[in-house]
Design a protein around this ligand. Structure first.
Ligand code: PLP
Length: 818
């Protein structure tokens, strides 16, 4: 527990020691650092204590391997999980500062792109809260996700130097450094009748771990997020590890510098860059070496590894862990193939996050082999043995099955297939997605090894997305339920259902939403300079910009509504604010054009006084965890409008739900399960089903020209893309978007994502939204229903399912726990 007097003194002392200032002279940023170091000091004993308990109880440990951890700001979250929010706010007040202001000084550690990285962060929070021993293992990117600036409506990427002024919640742990080797060649030696594989002429870097504390909620548990940095191996040790020459030393210096520089800014898209594969191997090799050393410090028999260690592969990005673990067991531990295989296959589990072909990692064999020569030999052997299995099982159509399933095929290493073939578990991230995996995308694997396949519907942590993001609502829930148990037991929220018929409670709930809308109005005024009407419907789509997520459908619908307002005097519309937030990958043209379109439409509509502010369009710059928290709490409507079958789960949908925003969406990903929870009447569902989409895709798509020719309102909207209506200075600005909707594009069908096909049904769903909103009581009921039914979507539930079916961890007992 926090002692107010001690904390106050610690902050004052830190300000002195760090900045040679007294507290009254300190800037907000300086107070942020002073407070953060003070909080870290209060965490440290529990952190040490937790890891002593790991050792003493000889706990089985999960290593969650992920290229991304989108953890968001740490200070506020740590204070929340220490249960000290009120005390800390009070202390700061006495010192003349506001806690929220101080939290705003922290830059988001943006070590992830979007949903996949955020999921990893929610999982770490739940693991610690549920007392499960776990490490997150990743990379200490020096530049996180780029900062997004909007200039003249265009996205501009600015480097995110998040550790420039030091990051207060990390500890460098040089004593756990490891060497990682790249390139060179493999020499085979015969030692006592046994083949020994020796990698030579390689380049190498030193991997150095930085640990960040991951606090459980008020339970004294502190796990670690371990992110690896790279340093060049210094000259004297160069001799030790390499036959070093000057040229090589320089190369190693450069490799270390570039290796951890940037996070590739692609979401759901494989870029195939050599440096990316280097990053993957770098953090995997270091993490595995450390995991094995830690295991060996308590156990003498390496065959016990699967009882004490499990690795979860967050997508295929860390899949090189499979041949790397084989290598360590074969070459370093001296096991034979069968022993190593047995251990490896019982330690590795894989999560699939997407079925989209452009996201599937396939490394060119030449590249893979030259970068990781020994690891590649092992991949070859894994593939050889698997192909033999295929031939055994399918003597009559082996060639066809090999084409569909072999790990090495057509000059490529297919990473997903290696993960499926080797690991003991393959999970999808929502029911629908898992069914599509089993019966469509991975059906050949499912046929051969059905026991591996399972579903783990994603979840989110209510500690960040309710308690921290929406204190008004959490306090109200606590009051209404007479307990704050929902903080660690989200299904308790169902107790709110008793208030669905209570007008007073509904009004209170709506008033909280209104206050949160005012907070967002203020943010938008400060950041965009736009005045937004808090009485309008806040209709929100925030997520990475991707064609399959269909921000384009949303903005085309806004254009359609605007036309109706302008052309039809009788058209009566409830005031609406359409809020967007989305980063596009730096090299993703179509996505960037969509951002420009949204901003151009915003320019025209927001400045048209004739519509009396009935529509406003706001593009929030630099969407990230910290502003996401403000946005979710303020949303009236949650836009989850992906082309059915394309969004594996989504987690943004759950954050909106938790904060009382009904979904307008397709039957895709976890939307399906959200509708299951709230009921058809409390969601606005539209569009093709995933079966229909897949059916069209298997039959060459559909013809959007039929819609263009028959629906004049849609046609008008489309023509406005190319007649300068939104781009008077350049009528060609949106030509590519127009073409993509109506014309075949090389190999691509016209309107690949069924935007025009779903348009009418989407517009109809929006009419239903408006109708429901006009009935204040009905809307209150609907909104509260979302929160009351959100219990399933806690990442605590997800983690318990992983533990039960895949990881088989035991809860750690903490003697000194509070
Ligand atoms: C939750 C979250 C995401 C994922 O959103 P989806 O709508 O599921 O794609 C992406 N970015 C941030 C900052 C988030 O908080």
């Amino acid at each position: 527990m926090i002692n107010a007097k001690e904390l106050k003194k610690a902050i004052e002392d830190n300000v002195k020691v760090l900045y040679r200032k007294t507290i009254d002279e300190a800037s907000k940023e300086q107070v942020f650092y002073a407070l953060s170091y003070a909080i870290k000091d209060t965490i440290i004993d529990e952190w040490i204590n937790t890891h002593k308990a790991y050792d003493k109880q000889d706990a089985k440990i999960l290593y969650y391997l992920s290229m991304e951890f989108l953890i968001g700001r740490a200070l506020g979250n740590n204070i929340i999980n220490l249960g000290a929010r009120k005390e800390v706010a009070q202390v700061l007040n006495e010192l003349g500062f506001d806690l929220t202001d101080i939290e705003d000084q922290e830059s988001d550690p943006a070590l992830g792109n979007g949903g996949l990285g955020r999921l990893a962060a929610c999982f770490l929070d739940s693991l610690a809260t549920l007392n499960y021993p776990a490490y997150g293992c990743g990379i200490r990117y020096h530049y996180g996700m780029f900062k997004q600036k909007i200039e003249n409506g265009y996205q501009k990427e600015v480097p995110d130097d998040w550790i420039k002024n030091g990051y207060p919640f990390e500890i460098k742990r040089s004593e756990y450094s490891y060497i990682v080797k790249f390139g060179g060649n493999v020499r085979v030696e015969n030692v006592n009748g046994k083949e020994k594989f020796i990698q030579e002429n390689y380049g190498s870097v030193k991997a150095i771990p930085y640990d960040m504390p991951v606090l459980g909620y008020e339970n004294g548990m502190v796990n670690s997020l371990r992110i690896w940095d790279a340093e060049a191996i210094t000259n004297f040790s160069l001799e030790q590890f390499d036959k070093g020459d000057y040229q090589k030393a320089l190369e190693q210096e450069n490799l270390a510098k570039t290796l951890v520089e940037v996070l590739y800014p692609n979401d759901n898209h494989y870029a195939g860059k050599e440096l990316r594969l280097k990053q993957q191997y770098f953090f995997i090799s270091a993490s595995l070496q450390r995991a094995i050393d830690k295991f060996k410090s308590h156990h003498s028999d390496i065959h016990m590894l699967p009882q004490k260690v499990v690795f979860q592969l967050n997508d295929t990005h860390p899949t090189v862990a499979i041949p790397e673990l084989m290598r360590l067991l074969l070459d370093e531990e001296g096991l034979n193939w069968d022993e190593a295989w047995n251990i490896t296959s019982r330690c590795m589990a894989y999560t699939n996050h997407t079925i989209m072909s452009e996201a599937l990692e396939k490394w060119p064999i030449d590249l893979f082999k030259s970068l990781l020569p020994r690891v590649y030999q092992i991949v070859e052997e894994i593939n050889k043995r698997f192909v033999m299995q295929i031939r055994d099982r399918y003597p009559n159509n082996a060639a066809e099955k090999e084409k569909k399933m072999a790990i090495l095929y057509d000059g490529q290493v297919r990473m997903a297939y290696m993960a499926i073939v080797t690991g003991f578990s393959v999970n999808g991230v929502a029911k629908l997605h898992t069914e599509i995996l089993k019966h469509q995308e991975l059906k050949d694997f499912y046929e051969m090894m059905p026991e591996k396949f399972n579903n783990k519907t994603n979840g989110i942590t209510q500690r960040r997305f309710l308690l921290h993001a929406n204190p008004l609502l959490s306090d109200w829930i606590t009051k209404k339920l007479g307990s704050d148990k929902f903080i660690t037991d989200l299904p308790q929220l169902s107790g709110l259902k008793q208030y669905l018929n209570d007008d007073k409670s509904l009004e209170e709930f709506m008033e909280i939403k209104y206050q949160n809308k005012l907070r967002l109005v203020k943010y938008i005024k400060e950041h965009n300079g736009i005045d937004v009407n808090p009485d309008s419907i806040f209709d929100v789509q925030v997520k990475r910009l991707h064609e399959y997520k269909r921000q384009l459908l949303n903005i085309l619908h806004v254009m359609y509504l605007y036309n109706k307002l302008k052309n039809n005097d009788g058209f009566n519309m409830y005031p609406r604010t359409f809020i967007f937030g989305a980063k596009a990958a730096a090299g993703y043209r179509r996505a960037k054009q969509t951002i420009k379109l949204i901003n151009s439409v915003a320019d025209v509509i927001n400045n048209d006084r004739s519509i009396n502010g009935k529509i406003k369009v706001v593009f929030i710059e630099d969407y990230k965890v910290s502003n996401a928290e403000i946005i979710f709490a303020a949303a009236d409507v949650s836009e989850q409008i992906s082309t059915a079958s394309k969004e594996a789960s989504g987690t943004g949908n759950m954050k909106f739900m938790l904060n009382g925003a009904p979904t307008i969406g397709t039957m895709d990903g976890a939307n399906v399960e959200i509708v299951e929870e709230v009921g058809q009447d409390n969601a606005f569902i539209f569009g093709l089903s995933s079966d229909e989409v897949i059916e069209y895709e298997n039959n060459g798509g559909y013809d959007p020209m039929v819609i263009f020719n028959s629906d004049s309102e849609i046609r008008t909207v489309l023509m406005q893309l190319v007649n300068g209506f939104y781009s008077p200075n350049n009528t060609e600005e949106f030509r590519e978007i127009y073409d993509s909707l109506l014309k075949k594009q090389g190999h691509d069908r016209a309107d690949v994502y069924f935007i025009l096909k779903d348009f009418r049904s989407y517009a109809k769903a929006h009419e239903e939204v408006e109708k429901a909103y006009r009935d204040r009581r009905r809307w209150g009921e609907m909104a509260l229903t979302q929160t009351a039914c959100a219990g399933k979507f806690s990442s605590d539930r997800t983690i318990e399912e992983y533990v039960r079916d895949i990881w088989h961890l035991t809860k750690l007992r903490l003697d000194n726990a509070k």
